[in-house]
Ligand binder design. Structure first.
Ligand code: SF4
Length: 275
């Protein structure tokens, strides 16, 4: 009799709240689940802390995947080109490729934490052996349900949300809002400096790229500019809160985050890195 083909079940944690909640939601339903994390080695320290917390809850280790070569190699290869929404080489090289290599050619069910209240599209692997499924969408779970799952499990929200960062991913991610850059500077000045160090004319080409649209981090950190960014952020949150009277704070921030991205990039962030 032919041996039955083994199907692997893989959930990729990003360090964000949705994939964490999905892991909790599925822990007892899919006991054979493999949990992975594609580590760019440019993550926030809080992300590693959160992964340890999730791993303890699951009673299972989270496999860390590393790309063959890291961010700095590709940065050099691309001629000092800082990635952006329109030049997003980092996701492919540092997140997707290690994931696909880990899956190999076996049949894989890939669990994705997209919620029922999101209109984004998730990563669909082009590899025919990887099938993406969306349990939150199928079961109609929205942001409030995800908050509840995290609260009742004791895992809680990602610790970087304590200082107002809304997204997982690299500390220098170009999807950050201006206010998040300000908070990064205030919370992790060393990481801000490291991000700033990438903003230099590339010696071989003279190209100069910035992480944040329209200004360098040296410009963004000027005291007057920081005050302006903070003021604008408060106005934005107040407006949104007034429009959404019964919304939780997390919903207001999620909306602020989403609308800011739409304003600035006409795109919706990096699903692979930030779900
Ligand atoms: S978190 Fe941002 S910078 Fe890092 S790999 Fe993802 S898109 Fe690129």
């Amino acid at each position: 009799m032919a041996e039955e083909k083994r199907v692997r079940h893989i959930l990729s944690l990003s360090g964000g709240k949705d994939s964490a909640a999905l892991a909790i939601y599925l822990r007892d339903r899919v006991p054979e689940m493999e949990y992975i994390f594609s580590d760019t080695q440019k993550e926030l320290p809080e992300t590693y802390e959160y992964l340890d917390r999730i791993s303890s809850y699951l009673g299972q280790s989270v496999v860390r995947l590393n790309a063959d070569v890291g961010f700095d190699h590709w940065y050099e290869m691309y001629g000092g080109m800082i990635p952006s929404n329109h030049r997003r080489w980092c996701t492919r090289a540092l997140k997707l490729k290690p994931f696909e290599q880990y899956c190999g050619d076996q049949e894989v069910v890939n669990y994705v934490g997209l919620r029922a209240d999101e209109d984004r599209t998730g990563y669909i692997s082009h590899k025919p052996n990887i099938k993406a499924v969306y349990p939150f969408r199928e079961d109609g779970l929205v942001l409030r349900d995800i908050e509840e799952i995290l609260r009742t499990s004791g895992v809680g929200m990602p610790p970087y949300t304590n200082w107002g960062r809304t997204r997982s991913g690299c500390y220098f991610c170009f999807y950050q809002q201006k206010i998040e850059w300000v908070r990064l500077k205030e919370t992790h000045p060393d990481l801000y400096e490291k991000a700033k160090a990438y903003e230099k004319p590339f010696e071989k080409t003279g190209n100069f790229f910035t992480w944040s649209q329209g200004e360098s981090l040296a410009e963004l950190e000027r005291p007057m500019r920081i005050e302006q960014i903070k003021r604008e952020h408060v106005i934005r949150i107040e407006r949104l809160a007034a429009r959404k009277e019964n919304a939780t704070l997390a919903e207001v921030f999620a909306e602020a985050d989403r609308t800011q991205e739409l304003d600035e990039d006409e795109d919706q962030g990096c699903l692979v890195c930030q779900l």
